[in-house]
Write a protein that binds this ligand. Structure first.
Ligand code: PGA
Length: 251
């Protein structure tokens, strides 16, 4: 069976108005739909209701974050059950930009469990801040994997998507991003970590996608050479022409 890729547009806190968001989705709608890829849009939380209301027949949607409790006195938070009501099927969790604001791997693990309970697929981000010669970044990654996935049942790990995003590559140009052979070795490293925790057979079923400076210039090479299952794309997903090129590289 041909591999089904997943392409996630992480809009972050963009665009500035709902009108622009709708225009962007309208441009995505013109993409060739005969590709072997699931296109998932992760808009700001406030746009989820209007966009899913209008476009859930055309696209899949993701929240950029959720909280682990179902409801209650948690000012500013949104729960898994709330986004699930909007037919949102995915949520990004543990993104480095949230980790920088104080989110811990333990927080991420609680959010993963709450997403799974609502049948929402968690897209769990891991990635090192920078690379050091001693290879300490590998310990960082192992720790993120272990702590973020703590308490997840062996049988449930295949419901989780791992997004490997080296923080030093995020927001950069394609030239400054990670090379495809390095991405390949990192996916092997990550899968080995998952095997240790969840068993080889279960770990092999986990989709690993890549994010960080993916654009039209490097998408094709990465997809061909690094054996990943798709992309998590930030700034280039706001430019529909560039995003379409990334999308068509998944053929
Ligand atoms: P970028 O961001 O594509 O702008 O590098 C990716 C991400 O942060 O998810």
């Amino acid at each position: 069976m041909a591999k089904k890729y997943i392409l996630v547009a992480n809009w972050k806190m963009n665009p500035g108005t709902l009108k622009e968001a709708e225009r962007l989705v309208g441009e995505y709608k013109k993409f060739n739909k005969n590709l072997k890829a699931d296109l998932v849009i992760a808009p700001p939380a406030l746009y989820l209701a209007p966009l899913t209301g209008k476009y859930s027949k055309n696209f899949l949607f993701a929240a950029q974050n959720i909280f682990w409790e179902e409801k209650g006195a948690y000012t500013g938070e949104v729960s898994a059950s709330m986004v699930s009501e909007l037919k949102v099927k995915y949520t990004i969790l543990g993104h480095s930009e949230r980790r920088r604001m104080g989110e811990t791997s333990l927080d991420t693990s609680k959010k993963i469990k709450s997403a799974l309970k609502e049948k929402i697929t968690p897209i769990v981000c891991i990635g090192e801040e920078d690379r050091d010669e001693k290879g300490e970044y590998m310990d960082t990654l192992n720790r993120q994997i272990e702590e973020s996935l703590k308490g997840i049942l062996r049988k449930d790990i295949e419901k989780v998507i791992i997004a490997y995003e080296p923080v030093w590559a995020i927001g950069k140009s394609e030239e400054e991003g990670m090379k495809s052979h390095d991405i390949y070795s990192m996916t092997i490293f990550i899968r080995r970590g998952l095997s240790k925790l969840f068993g080889k057979e279960n770990a092999e079923k986990v989709k690993i996608i890549y994010g960080g400076a993916v654009g039209p210039k490097n998408a094709k090479d990465i997809i061909r050479e690094s054996h990943i299952d798709g992309f998590l794309v930030g700034h280039q997903s706001l430019k529909s022409k560039n995003f379409e090129e990334i999308y068509t590289s998944l053929i």
